[in-house]
Design a protein around this ligand. Structure first.
Ligand code: CA
Length: 347
């Protein structure tokens, strides 16, 4: 069976476990043939970045990117919890398990995501039962699957998020499985109040804590030109949705990942922060034939037309003057070979 090819760095969890505030960066850009419909996973541009932040001594976030034999691509971000070693172990084991199941799956995308995350839950839970040092460990997980059939899926457990960023705005694709997330949905507090609420770190669902877990899986509306972001709550605490939208839309995935992590760290870096930025090119199957860059705006078209008209008027005036002068000079002597007389510019 074809093994998943982890595109992202595998060193990040080890760095986190050793408490080194290292950052790992991974980006890739590929161009491929358009799929029959929707988004072509081989054409998307992506970048991933994680940082320990300014306060924590270790990085318990983890991320990876996997590609299956049939060309599906899977992005995963996990945010571990449960002690120094436990959180990092839970996040890494969950991500690796999801990648393994994804690579060998024959089911459709939704079932694959469900099976992969269920397997991750079972494995993390079993390890925590077997190893007293890791008891109670758990992790969030958020996954986006870009299928070779052109469809895009999101699945998650916990408060790590996926966003779609497009011309009309910023759309959070996941609902936080957290105490404050539930309070926002019930209208008890605002999103802004949730960001600073004392219970903001309490999550209601996580991978590995119990033998079974509820998983949210959904198909995502995606069109060429869209951007997507997966992230841990170390980003969404310090950096608002509006700012995230601006940074992701206005930068390459690599530059956006660096700027977002930089913003979180500049604002105190209170938590581990991990981002994955995915850009879908404009030239996907459903893209309009003309890219916006090639279209001139109406004001420019009007200005160009005016320049042509005034140029033609000057030429006509010059031709008429020449014809008048030449015909007046030539008239007394009768017809003769004059270049001006043969000019095709006369009407
Ligand atoms: Ca976190």
């Amino acid at each position: 069976m074809h093994a998943a090819s982890p595109i992202a760095s595998a060193e990040k969890a080890e760095a986190g476990e050793q408490g080194e505030p290292e950052e790992s960066v991974e980006s890739g850009e590929r161009r491929g043939v358009r799929s029959m419909s929707g988004i072509d996973p081989s054409a998307i541009d992506c970048a991933s970045l994680t940082s320990t932040g300014q306060v924590r001594s270790s990085n318990q976030d983890y991320f990876d990117v996997f590609e299956s034999a049939k060309g599906d691509r899977l992005f995963v971000v996990a945010d571990g919890m449960g002690g120094h070693r436990g959180g990092a172990t839970a996040a890494r084991v969950a991500t690796e398990t999801i990648g393994e199941v994804f690579a060998s799956a024959n089911a459709d995308a939704a079932d694959t995501l469900f099976d992969a995350i269920s397997a991750a839950n079972a494995r993390v839970h079993q390890i925590s039962v077997d190893d007293p040092e890791l008891r109670g460990m758990g992790t969030t997980v958020v996954c986006m699957l870009f299928g070779s059939d052109g469809r895009v899926w999101v699945a998650h457990v916990g408060d790590s998020r996926a966003y779609r960023l497009h011309r009309e705005g910023v759309e959070q694709l996941t609902q936080d499985h957290s105490v404050v997330g539930e309070m926002v949905r019930r209208g008890l507090i605002t999103r802004e109040e949730a960001d600073v609420h004392p219970r903001r770190n309490e999550i209601l669902r996580s991978i590995g804590v119990e033998a079974e877990v509820d998983i949210d899986v959904a198909q995502v509306v995606a069109t060429p030109g869209d951007h997507f972001l997966l992230c841990s709550d170390g980003l969404t605490g310090p950096v608002g949705d509006h700012e995230i939208g601006e940074v992701v839309r206005e930068n390459t995935p690599q530059a956006a990942a660096e700027r977002l992590v930089g913003m979180a760290n500049a604002r105190g870096g209170p938590d581990n922060v991990t981002v994955q930025v995915v850009a879908v090119p404009e030239t996907g199957a459903d893209a309009r034939p003309a890219t916006p860059a090639r279209r001139s705006d109406p004001a420019k078209r009007r200005a160009t037309a005016l320049r042509w008209l005034s140029g033609a008027a000057i030429l006509l005036a010059a031709a008429a003057t020449t014809w008048f002068v030449v015909s007046n000079l030539a008239a007394p002597d009768g017809p003769h070979d004059s270049p001006a007389a043969e000019s095709p510019t006369t009407p």
